[in-house]
Design a protein around this ligand. Structure first.
Ligand SMILES: Nc1ncnc2c1ncn2[C@@H]1O[C@H](COP(=O)(O)OP(=O)(O)O)[C@@H](O)[C@H]1O
Ligand SMILES: [Mg+2]
Length: 348
């Protein structure tokens, strides 16, 4: 028993206390003693619970640590496969770029053919002139016509200028082609969007015609002259335009082969300025896109074309490029009637 209670028990027995008070005090002491015992028991139990909890806590911490390590490991594995995925993606994008370069090659060959014809013709004519002047010079002094010699020399000079001019044209075309094949991220530069659109329209069309001589389409352009130059990575936006045009030519060609009554395959490209945006639209009167496919066309690898004719990367690549320019790319299409793709680019 608690010492204080002990002492109180002794006091109870003093003769001065009345028997009633003594009885009451005795009861109180017993009750207090009981309560104290219970309190002690509870304290002991709490102590035990505390110790058990501490042990459990320690175990939990160990387990958590193990789990953290596992998560770390799988994070590393994920990171690695993400990197591998990115590398594969990069390779695919690269091959898509090379594929579109392939499409361009035919168009470019067509473009180069023209200046080359000039170079060949003018150099042949110059050789003939050269022979003429040599003949004249071989004559006796008194039979020679100085005026004629001067004329021929002037002609040769003019021809050389033309050869030079057309040589430079071919040079510019080849430079443009090299620019297109460069894979590094280009820099933004002020670009004449109308000229870019026009160039790629011709390249894409002649590219297709070089492969399929029977193919013909009506090309329509509607360029707003006042749009001025826009800050873009020109190779990239060129590629977007080319991808959209290639799709447009493909679909009108498909439709043409089914030969619907009075069908005239038509592909249009236009530009306009709206507020602080420049809009490039590419339309075709081809097969259109059914509602079931329209949500998927911008997804990488979505294609409805047979293997070898489509990678399904053209539109997703185009979408990424336009997004990287802070712009938008969207489509409006009526199945069976045609499609219009719109590129919106911000201008500063
Ligand atoms: N102008 C269009 N007209 C009809 N369908 C189109 C047009 N452009 C794109 N598509 C559809 O979107 C799909 C994805 O296009 P794209 O990403 O360029 O890949 P690919 O041309 O290699 O198939 C095409 O397979 C086609 O079904
Ligand atoms: Mg395509």
């Amino acid at each position: 028993m608690n010492v204080n209670l002990q002492r109180m028990s002794e006091i109870i027995n003093l003769p001065e206390l009345s028997p009633e008070l003594r009885l009451e005090l005795e009861k109180l002491i017993k009750a207090t003693d009981k309560e104290l015992e219970i309190a002690l028991f509870k304290l002991d139990r709490t102590e035990k619970v505390k110790r058990t909890t501490a042990i459990l806590l320690e175990e939990t911490i160990e387990e958590l640590e193990l789990k953290r390590k596992a998560v770390e490991d799988s994070n590393l594995a994920l990171q690695k496969s993400l990197e591998e995925l990115k590398a594969t993606q990069q390779q695919l994008i690269q091959s898509e770029k090379m594929a579109s370069l392939g499409e361009l090659t035919a168009g470019i060959a067509h473009e180069i053919q023209n200046p080359l014809n000039f170079v060949n013709n003018f150099s042949e004519v110059s050789m003939e002139l050269f022979d003429e002047i040599t003949e004249e010079r071989n004559k006796k002094q008194e039979a020679r016509d100085d005026g004629l010699e001067a004329e021929i020399l002037a002609d040769i000079r003019q021809n050389l200028e033309k050869i030079n001019h057309h040589g430079k044209r071919a040079d510019a075309i080849v430079k443009g082609m090299l620019e297109h094949s460069r894979s590094s991220a280009g820099e933004k530069q002020p670009t004449d969007i109308n000229a870019l659109a026009d160039e790629f329209l011709r390249l894409a069309y002649h590219g297709l015609r070089a492969k399929d001589k029977s193919f013909n389409a009506i090309l329509k352009t509607d360029f707003e002259e006042s749009i001025g130059k826009v800050e873009v990575v020109s190779q990239d936006i060129g590629r977007v335009i080319l991808n959209l045009l290639t799709n447009a030519f493909y679909t009108v060609n498909q439709k043409k082969q089914r030969n619907p009554e009075g069908y005239e395959p038509t592909v249009s490209i236009g530009t306009k300025k709206t507020g602080n945006q420049v809009e490039i639209t590419i339309s075709d009167n081809g097969n259109g896109i059914p509602p079931s496919a329209i949500d998927k066309i911008f997804q990488p690898f979505f294609t409805t074309k047979p293997t070898g004719e489509g990678t399904g990367l053209g539109l997703s690549l185009a979408y990424d490029i336009v997004k990287a320019h802070g712009g938008e790319l969207y489509v409006a299409s009526v199945a069976g009637t045609g499609s219009t793709f719109t590129i919106k680019l911000p201008v500063q």
